[in-house]
Ligand binder design. Sequence first.
Ligand code: GLY
Ligand code: MN
Ligand code: MN
Length: 458
Amino acid sequence: MADVKAILAGKYPAKAHARRVVEWMRAKNPGVSGVLYLEGQKTRMIEDNDETQPFRQRRFFYYLTGCALPDSYFTYDIDNDKSTLFIPPIEPESVIWSGLPLSVDEALSLYDVDQVLTTDQVASTIAHPHSSSAVWAIANQVSDHITFLEFNEKDFSLLKLAIEECRVIKDEYEVALTRHANDISTIAHTAVLKAVKHAKNERELEAIFIAKSISHGAREQAYHSIVASGTAAATLHYLKNSEPLTGKLNLLLDAGAEYDCYASDITRTFPINGRFSSESRAIYDIVLQMQNVCTNMLKEGVIWDAVHLTAHEIAIEGLLKLGILQGDKEDILKTRTSVAFFPHGLGHYLGMDTHDTGGHPNYEDKDSIFRYLRVRGPLPAGAIITVEPGIYFCRFIIEPYLTDPVHAAYINFDVLNKFWEVGGVRIEDNILITKDGYENLTTAVKDVTKMEELINGS
Ligand code: GLY
Ligand code: MN
Ligand code: MN
């Protein structure tokens, strides 16, 4: 197991990322030379207010700098292999309120760049007579005062595409960041398990998750936590997190801390009273089997679409055994009836964004089973992907299937009626794809006995 602490003691490998991005661009267009140009996210004010909006660094900028400072700029002189980070200069007015900003020397020791200047030097630096004739930037991410007049050629599309594609394959440092985000999330998930039996409302559990994340070093969440009790778990991206827990069977907690711009994305589903009902347990066991079988298929080159289909096959077998589905397994797969119970994709790439770049989804796919699959095709070694099968009892989704004769023939209404209160079960881990297999970066408990022990304090 990699030593996360030792790896993270080094610098985020921004220079290697710049070189990789150029290599990718040159594979598309061998003539690529000149300057890569990126701007970080700007400080933005809340409308009609003198406070700033919550800040989130642009991921394209972070990838080439490792720098999360607002209002910063970056250039990479391709021909001279020289990267420059421009950070905001000292503004005496703002020091009164915010203290001294990071100095040039501090920035140079923190970030993997060749040179650090201040942002008042951006325009003059790129206008330098030795500037090459081409500039590569991202559309709509160039300030008005940056004109690129001195460049003969300007391209606003290839750089973004290149970074999106390069981001799929993580290096050791990025894996360590993801692992660390996972470790913090595991602490937070465990704290929620320990608290759920005596909590009264979903919001108490959200508060525990966030408090634990922050106190262990993750100030940001990768996404809005889903803290869904009872039938709310059937809403895939439930937002309320404010309903009482009394009288509900299960809690679905989909929550992940972010660490240094890298996401974790973990889902666990467990009984609020510390003991799964027989219906809930039956569904949990199917979903766990979907996850185990699919995860065990993973290695470099595996076709994600095929893994997703396998998840459906296991779901169908399990639901046939329970009697919720009836008829022939192959026919059910062909008619796509299982999509009523498992309507989303098996998972997505994970990185600086929770739904990370480079997955090439086809949201227009006519085949309903693949429409929401966020990754299509073969998985490369070094990718991190979530494996997050689920089975849901969502009336809004299932009822149209019950009135469609093609699907209704395969669904046993009487048996189905015993399962609505289960709500939904999803289990989600973050998996690193390797040449020969995979590594599961998520260690949060999902074994039923262990979860029940934690809930019951035994
Ligand atoms: N947490 C959002 C997702 O799992 O895709
Ligand atoms: Mn996910
Ligand atoms: Mn999730």
